[in-house]
Design a protein around this ligand. Structure first.
Ligand SMILES: Nc1ncnc2c1ncn2[C@@H]1O[C@H](COP(=O)(O)OP(=O)(O)O)[C@@H](O)[C@H]1O
Ligand SMILES: O=P(O)(O)OC[C@H]1O[C@@](CO)(OP(=O)(O)O)[C@@H](O)[C@@H]1O
Length: 701
């Protein structure tokens, strides 16, 4: 049994530990005491209601009929709270069980009376034993440290104290580089790899086919250099047409291991149609589309349009990452990759002339091949295909629309940039990054060739005026950009527009860290709302020191925390930056398991333990959340992180940071629950013009 007390009747968070009594006496001088008694039983499913009765009128004066019923706090935890004056007379009490329907008599717990003096429970906490089968109830001691953060506003800022050293015992080396540790191999380093290399490989390669180059100027067999694949293209003379193995691949089905996960009520038939691995709004929209939408609308093709070096591949990669993270089955098809594999990576600008019939035919052919691959994949269950090429003439777009007819819905996404300086920078980046110029040792010659290629495209470029489209106009040039949309409707297109409106290229760091070690971390208890351990306190000071040094030269920055006190307290020594509490950043809700150790869950709720072990991503704690639920509620956080132009420090929790990190690092959903996010370590995500880069600092063990 447990009791907690504080001066404030609003507190009383529970953390769950037996035998701790600290913290009470500090809060008993005057005012009222908040007392919270808790009982826990996993086996009884509510036929018996625990009550409290005792020596004072408040709890029935030992009259069982007047005993106070406890309230159900979760599936297995019952709670009774009341307020007493700090100098209240000693309260003797006992727990008793009464049947729900008041039919039979009540059962009073065995053993001596329990004693509450000045809000403190006297003696050892002990199990409550009743003389009926399976009726020993766990009575556990609460976290007695009253919240120190309740009632602080959602946004706050603490100014630097005058002449006060920021925690001398926690001072950092002057050089923060001293704390750098290697990032894991699958880290967030898209900025170092050209995005097109990571796109889909033609099926002809993945399914053992052979690429023909008869109609292209490529010539003899060549090995293809591509950091994203190890594919070697073999060319076979005299072979026309392309071999695409259509008999492969199966729908990506989501099978739920947990009865509570979102597919629980869907028929196998609708599962087989390939629902996304998602919860909440994404799942609801997917179900509605399956049931109500026209068949072709179940698959969406985002077809990029734009001149070279306008950020098409960059945007396509980013959108792919976002949609995948939300749980939409999404693939990025880059026609340039198909072209390089079929015709070689070093075509000169001539290849791209509109009056070069061979070049035109070769380019249309690879575009058609990529489109076919994309549609085949959709027919096997794929949801969103991102088709990345210039598609800069109406004729090419007509070809694509014809191919898509009755098979998928097309939305054109045109990137337009009128800023010469940005285009010049993009061109230089392309020469450095694109495999097209990997063999070109003379940078200036590469530059010249690319500019001629660009001019060839400009001659015949036709902006999109047909069908459904989204135009991003000067979106990276500063605040003056705009998005134009035409004929856009539906859940997913709406989300895509919202995402694109908020993204930009302003370089800035995002620092992700867990709170300092909490008392529950020390005890191995999950969830809860405890304060920090001594080591956790030390980390909070080191973190403040680090943030001050790392963000010294930044004009603006903000600190985001959850609403749980371990993150708020971790942020408290940071001064001079606004702090914002986000409920969305709260740790995964462990529902009825909140406050337990993993061992306790294994022992008391073995089915839950096993179900989570089997499918940690989809498993939803009874009355709590799954990782997929967490991802859903983090979507506004991701949008806001994309929208912010100043640095942000996010102080949150293990599960939440796994989900956020996976977005930046483009890690598959299934890996999210297993990503390592160590305590006392800062993951710095640098957003910039080439993508995302990661750096890690470990401030202490
Ligand atoms: N909307 C945009 N407008 C202009 N430049 C952009 C945009 N988005 C990204 N960029 C920049 O363009 C650079 C080149 O982009 P890339 O995607 O390779 O161009 P494309 O695919 O159009 O040839 C990127 O590294 C990025 O810095
Ligand atoms: O999903 P798993 O691996 O259980 O990790 C999430 C757990 O991490 C913990 C610590 O065990 O997070 P944190 O201390 O960062 O708030 C728990 O509160 C939370 O339930």
């Amino acid at each position: 049994m447990g009791a907690s007390a504080s001066k404030n009747a609003e507190s009383g968070a529970h953390g769950g530990e037996e035998g701790r009594e600290e913290g009470l006496n500090d809060h008993q001088d005057g005012g009222q005491l908040y007392v919270s008694l808790k009982m826990e039983n996993y086996k009884r499913k509510g036929e018996l209601i625990p009550h409290v009765y005792g020596s004072v009128p408040l709890v029935g004066s030992w009259d069982a009929a007047k005993a106070l019923p406890m309230e159900r706090e979760s599936a297995s935890i019952w709670e009774l709270s009341f307020v007493v004056p700090p100098n209240h007379e000693t309260l003797d009490f006992k727990f008793l069980l009464k049947p729900k329907d008041s039919s039979g008599g009540c059962v009073i717990e065995e053993g001596p009376n329990r004693l509450l003096t000045r809000g403190t429970l006297q003696g050892d906490s002990r199990m409550a034993i009743f003389k009926i089968d399976e009726a020993s109830w766990r009575a556990y001691q609460e976290n007695l440290q009253p919240s120190t953060v309740r009632g602080i506003p959602d946004v706050s800022i603490n100014a630097p104290p005058e002449n006060v050293e920021n925690g001398s015992s926690a001072s950092l080396e002057l050089d923060i580089e001293h704390y750098v540790v290697p990032a894991p191999s699958a880290s967030a380093n898209s900025g170092l790899v050209y995005a097109a290399n990571l796109t889909e490989t033609p099926r002809i390669f993945t399914h053992g086919g052979v690429f023909s180059n008869m109609d292209g100027p490529g010539g003899s067999p060549y090995p293809y250099r591509d950091s994203g694949t190890s594919t070697t293209a073999r060319l076979k003379d005299g072979q026309r047409g392309l071999f695409v193995d259509r008999g492969v691949g199966s729908p990506r089905m989501v099978k739920s291991a947990s009865a509570n996960s979102f597919t629980g009520n869907l028929s196998l038939d609708s599962e087989a149609k390939g629902m996304p691995a998602a919860a909440g709004a994404v799942a609801a929209a997917a179900v509605a589309d399956q049931m109500l939408g026209p068949k072709e609308d179940r698959h969406l093709a985002i077809v990029l349009v734009g001149l070279p070096a306008r950020g098409k591949t960059f945007t396509a990669a980013k959108l792919t990452r976002y949609l995948r993270w939300l749980g939409h089955d999404t693939k990025h098809f880059n026609v340039g990759k198909y072209r390089r594999l079929k015709h070689g990576a070093n075509q000169s600008a001539d290849f791209f002339r509109a009056d070069n019939p061979e070049g035109m035919e070769a380019r249309n052919e690879v575009a058609a091949l990529a489109m076919e691959d994309m549609i085949s994949w959709m027919q096997e269950g794929g949801q969103v295909g991102i088709f990345d090429a210039t598609n800069s003439t109406r004729k090419r777009r007509n070809m694509l629309m014809k191919m898509a007819e009755g098979r998928c819905k097309i939305i054109f996404l045109e990137t337009i940039c009128n800023d010469r300086r940005i285009i010049e920078r993009n061109i230089r980046l392309k020469i450095q990054q694109s495999p097209d110029y990997a063999d070109q040792t003379n940078f200036e010659a590469g530059l010249e060739d690319f500019k001629t290629r660009l001019a060839n495209y400009e001659k015949v470029y036709e902006t999109v005026e047909e069908g459904s489209y989204i135009k991003m106009i000067d979106m990276v040039a500063g605040q003056d950009g705009q998005i134009q949309v035409n004929h856009i409707s539906g859940y997913l297109p709406g989300r895509i527009v919202f995402f694109l409106v908020n993204t930009h290229l302003t370089p800035r760091p995002i620092l992700l860290t867990r709170h300092g070690e909490s008392r529950d971390n020390v005890r191995g208890r999950i969830g809860g709302d405890t304060v920090l351990s001594d080591r956790g306190e030390l980390y909070s000071k080191k973190l403040a020191n680090f943030v001050e040094k790392r963000l010294r030269s930044e004009r603006a920055a903000s600190i985001w925390t959850s609403t749980l006190q371990r993150t708020i307290i971790t942020a408290s020594p940071i001064v001079g930056f606004p702090k914002i509490q986000w409920r969305a950043l709260d740790e995964i809700n462990a529902g009825v398991c909140d406050g337990m150790t993993y061992e306790e869950i294994k022992k008391n709720m073995p089915e839950e333990y096993e179900a989570r072990k089997k499918d940690k991503l989809r498993y939803r704690y009874p009355r709590g959340e799954s990782y997929l639920d967490v991802i859903q509620r983090l979507e506004p956080v991701i949008i806001e992180l994309e929208r912010q132009r100043a640095p942000v420090v996010v102080i949150s929790h293990q599960a939440v940071l796994r989900a956020l990190y996976s977005y930046f690092a483009d890690r598959p959903l299934k890996e999210i629950p297993h990503i390592e996010v160590p305590l006392h370590t800062i993951i710095e995500i640098q957003m910039g013009v080439t993508g995302v880069q990661e750096k890690r600092y470990k401030l202490m063990d």
